[in-house]
Design a protein around this ligand. Structure first.
Ligand SMILES: Nc1nc2c(ncn2[C@@H]2O[C@H](COP(=O)(O)OP(=O)(O)OP(=O)(O)O)[C@@H](O)[C@H]2O)c(=O)[nH]1
Ligand SMILES: [Mg+2]
Length: 397
């Protein structure tokens, strides 16, 4: 499960990435700081299952505090873009290539409007962040269109050899990891089933936009909400954009997580507040910074928004769910006695068989049926699992 971070240069992508992963990476208030992509592990929360069953889990990956289990997902922070990136402007379109593997992309924008179209610092509220979202989406679409445009002779060859239009396009766009069925649906819905060699420029762009909309969805992180005045922009974005818009202060999250790591405060990602552990260890400047975060971000928006953005992307936009496989249904453990060791992400329609497949192809081959541990009942391999299900897979020996 890979989540991409994309956006105009100098809006806080790397700050968001570091806040979610605690991976140190270069951040600065100027355009094009990040050149090579940063990859790290972030987490999404699930309401703890162990507490419900009256046990304490031992996660193999991530952690659990009895209230939430933190389940790992991969995050990718790439170089920033400016208008014309698909043609090679700025740092060009390499970042788009880096993002091909991502299932969902978070568009990070500077909701405080303190960076101009090229990412240069300007006074707050002097640039419209809605425009930045449009530019990112348009650059993505133009990039997909340019791949198809460049592959016209390949498409011609495939069509001559008897391939269908969706087959030819699927092959040309294979790097994007978008299903052939989806491409077929888009072609039908846009009445573009004739040869792409006959498409107008407008047809090409509509197709690219629609394939991306359905296959590589976006979530908008309206960053820098700690800057006074950003609130108005967030409201306007939420009203005018189709994508979910989440108010975020990546900087605040990074400060809170670092302070927690240093033992100065008690705070876990996504919390609505923090608690100072030892007043005497805080400098006056630290105390002021923490108070400002509480006042301008936490009490106004309910959290820093970093955690919420990841969860909206994975749960709401992709519709994923988390399930817990166990080998011993009485102890809720694996064969070594580790309680609820694994938390597995599955797509919306994921079944018992899909879960078996994720664990091991050998188990999937031998699987007979599952046991819903919560309800103590047998479930078939085709049973569509629910979020937070605890499942034992019974396999032939
Ligand atoms: N006030 C405020 N500033 C922020 C926030 N997040 C990031 N910044 C600042 O924005 C500037 C750019 O941050 P980066 O994380 O380097 O931005 P980027 O989008 O990765 O930029 P490039 O890699 O250069 O494209 C830095 O000065 C950050 O401190 C935030 O939530 N609030
Ligand atoms: Mg960066």
């Amino acid at each position: 499960m890979l989540v991409g971070l994309v956006g105009k240069t100098n809006v806080g992508k790397t700050t968001f990435f570091s806040a979610a992963t605690l991976v140190e990476a270069e951040r600065e208030n100027r355009p094009f700081v990040t050149i090579n992509p940063n990859e790290g592990v972030g987490y999404i929360r699930v309401e703890s299952v162990c507490t419900e069953f009256g046990v304490r889990c031992n996660p193999k990956y991530g952690w659990c505090n009895g209230r939430h289990r933190y389940v790992p997902i991969k995050l990718l922070d790439v170089a920033g873009l400016v208008r014309g990136a698909h043609r090679g402007r700025g740092l060009g379109n390499k970042f788009l290539d880096d993002l091909r593997r991502a299932s969902v992309n978070i568009i990070v924008v500077d909701a405080s409007g303190s960076t101009d179209e090229e990412g240069n610092p300007v006074p707050p509220l002097s640039h419209d962040p809605v425009e930045d979202v449009m530019i990112v989406k348009e650059e993505f679409s133009l990039w997909v269109a340019s791949i198809i445009e460049r592959s016209k002779s390949k498409i011609r060859g495939k069509l001559v050899a008897g391939s269908s239009v969706d087959e030819a396009l699927h092959e040309v766009l294979s790097g994007l990891d978008i299903g052939r069925e989806l491409i077929k649906d888009v072609l039908r819905d846009l009445s573009l089933e004739r040869s792409p060699l006959e498409w107008s420029e407008g047809d090409l762009l509509s197709f690219s936009r629609e394939v991306l909309r359905r296959g590589k969805p976006f979530v908008v992180a309206a960053n820098k909400v700690d800057v006074p005045g950003a609130e108005e922009n967030v409201k306007r974005m939420a009203e005018s954009l189709k994508e979910p818009v989440i108010p975020v202060s990546a900087e605040a999250e990074l400060i809170l997580r670092k302070a927690a790591k240093a033992g100065l405060i008690r705070y876990e990602p996504g919390d609505e507040d923090f608690e100072v552990l030892d007043e005497s260890r805080l400098t006056a400047a630290q105390r002021r910074a923490l108070e400002a975060i509480r006042e301008r971000v936490l009490s106004r928006y309910g959290s820093t928004g970093v955690q919420r953005t990841l969860e909206v992307a994975v749960y709401e936009v992709l519709g994923m769910k988390v399930v817990f496989p166990v080998e011993n249904e009485t102890k809720l453990s694996d064969k070594d006695g580790n309680i609820l060791p694994d938390a597995i992400l599955l797509p919306r329609e994921g079944t018992v068989r899909d879960l078996a497949e994720k664990i091991h192809s050998e188990i999937a081959r031998k699987a007979l049926y599952g046991i819903d541990v919560r309800e103590r009942r047998r479930i078939s391999l085709d049973y569509v699992l629910r979020h937070r299900d605890v499942v034992k897979i019974v396999a032939a020996r």
